[in-house]
Write a protein that binds this ligand. Structure first.
Ligand SMILES: C[S@@+](CC[C@H](N)C(=O)[O-])C[C@H]1O[C@@H](n2cnc3c(N)ncnc32)[C@H](O)[C@@H]1O
Length: 268
């Protein structure tokens, strides 16, 4: 009997789980422009958007004249990304793949970016080594992640209590801690800088937002699949905790989703 290793299994679940993410591009579109500016993308750059989803960062960089490629686990999101590029009249190569095994040669790109994406690779060291491998010496790496103490970071911590990740997988919110990022990048980079910002997620009520996540965001889709029918009490407990969390970050019909941008230059 062949056994599938836990990380392969984890990625298969991620691939399926993120397939319905497209409506949330409405939330990630504005921070995409922030990340492209923060990364210093210029019109003569070769850019890779890792875990590109529907291509919001890739399209933004391409509209600024860069030559862009995008990679993601989810074929459904890549399909949407290709449509988005076509609508914006930009030419982008989108490839299905895994941040832990990037299908590009060494030193291929001037800039490697990832918005709320590479953080889902279960082994940060593998993902980071791959992103730095395909980056040219003196090239720029930049990414956006969710700080652990803010809304989305706390949402991931809550989900992990109900759906434990495989042993050895790093918690995604650690990617929102500057001191962890500094340690992970180590002496492979110089000019490490951080900047925080916030994106406002329209929200008619905490329950509306919870229900939207349940049909669009991989972790919440899985919570519903695992608990709604098999264990309604646990499902109700999770929902109450999540709605309280949403309420704690809500005002005036929006939820505040703080994020952290990181940029650094690969050593020459
Ligand atoms: C929250 S979405 C962000 C998508 C997009 N970057 C954006 O800002 O709209 C997370 C993305 O990470 C992708 N993803 C998760 N694990 C991945 C992996 N191991 N390799 C590549 N992509 C991955 C998912 O398919 C999904 O598109």
């Amino acid at each position: 009997m062949t056994t599938i290793d836990p990380f392969t299994q984890f990625k298969a679940i991620q691939k399926e789980g993120w397939a319905a993410f497209a409506p949330l591009e409405a939330i990630t579109t504005m921070p995409a422009a922030k990340l492209v500016s923060f990364a210093g993308v210029a019109n003569d750059h070769n850019v890779l958007d890792v875990a590109c989803g529907t291509g919001v960062v890739a399209v933004t960089a391409a509209r600024r004249g860069a030559k862009v490629e995008g990679l993601d686990l989810s074929p459904a999101l890549l399909e949407r990304a290709r449509q988005n590029a076509k609508t914006a009249e930009v030419d982008i190569d989108f490839t299905e793949g895994d941040v832990e095994a990037l299908p590009y040669p060494d030193a291929r790109f001037d800039v490697v970016v990832s918005q709320f994406g590479h953080m889902f690779g279960p082994r940060p060291e593998v993902a980071l080594s791959e992103m730095l491998r395909v980056l040219k010496p003196r090239g720029r790496i930049a990414f956006s992640t969710w700080p652990p103490e803010m809304f989305i970071g706390r949402l991931f911590t809550l989900v992990a209590q109900y759906l434990p990740p495989p042993a050895g997988a790093a918690p995604p919110p650690l990617w929102g801690e500057p001191h962890v990022i500094r340690e992970r990048l180590g002496d492979r980079v110089v000019n490490l800088e951080f900047e925080r910002d916030v994106v406002l997620n329209p929200s008619l009520s905490p329950r509306h937002t919870r229900q939207t996540f349940e049909t669009t965001a991989a972790p919440n889709i899985r919570i519903k699949q695992e608990y709604a029918e098999k264990d309604p009490d646990t499902y109700a407990r999770f929902n109450a905790s999540l709605e309280n969390l949403i309420a704690a970050f809500s005002e005036n019909n929006h939820v505040k989703q703080h994020y952290l941008m990181t940029r650094a230059t690969k050593k020459g």
